[in-house]
Write a protein of this length. Structure first.
Length: 137
């Protein structure tokens, strides 16, 4: 079963995204983009079964839409969050971040929440050993 995006429901969850800030069409486009990052097919490893009250994939996709919409509303040319500002002789600084990395997610509250939801599904891991450790002596 796939998640079907509902802009009205999305705006209920995230009321700051009013119609005058971002249109339903723009939100739908961001949802389609979110689906390129988070598999929204029957074969997805992210569970979604509303009949069993399992909404993990829907929550992830809506959080990603929220994250993307927040960054979309930053304005043209702003590569990341504001890091510094000066008033005399006007100076501003923005943080440019690599996409789909922990810092990219940390730019918004929705992104930080999504990152935490994604962690249990991450592939790979870390191996910690003692320096100069040799498994065979």
């Amino acid at each position: 079963m796939i998640v079907v995006f509902n802009p009205t429901q999305f705006r209920t969850f995230y009321p700051r995204f009013t119609d005058d800030l971002i249109t339903d069409e723009q939100l739908d486009n961001l949802f389609q983009l979110a689906c390129t990052f988070i598999d929204n097919t029957d074969n997805s490893r992210f569970p979604y079964d509303p009949d069993q009250n399992v909404y993990t994939r829907a929550q992830m996709l809506y959080l990603l839409v929220c994250h993307l919409a927040t960054m979309e509303l930053w304005g043209n040319g702003q590569p990341g969050p504001l890091t510094s500002a000066t008033q005399g002789s006007v100076s501003v600084g923005f943080q440019a971040i690599v996409m789909w990395s922990p810092p990219w997610f940390s730019q918004t509250p929705c992104g930080r929440t999504l990152w935490q939801l994604l962690l249990p599904y991450a592939l790979g891991g870390k191996i910690f050993t003692k320096p100069n450790f040799h498994p065979y002596g």
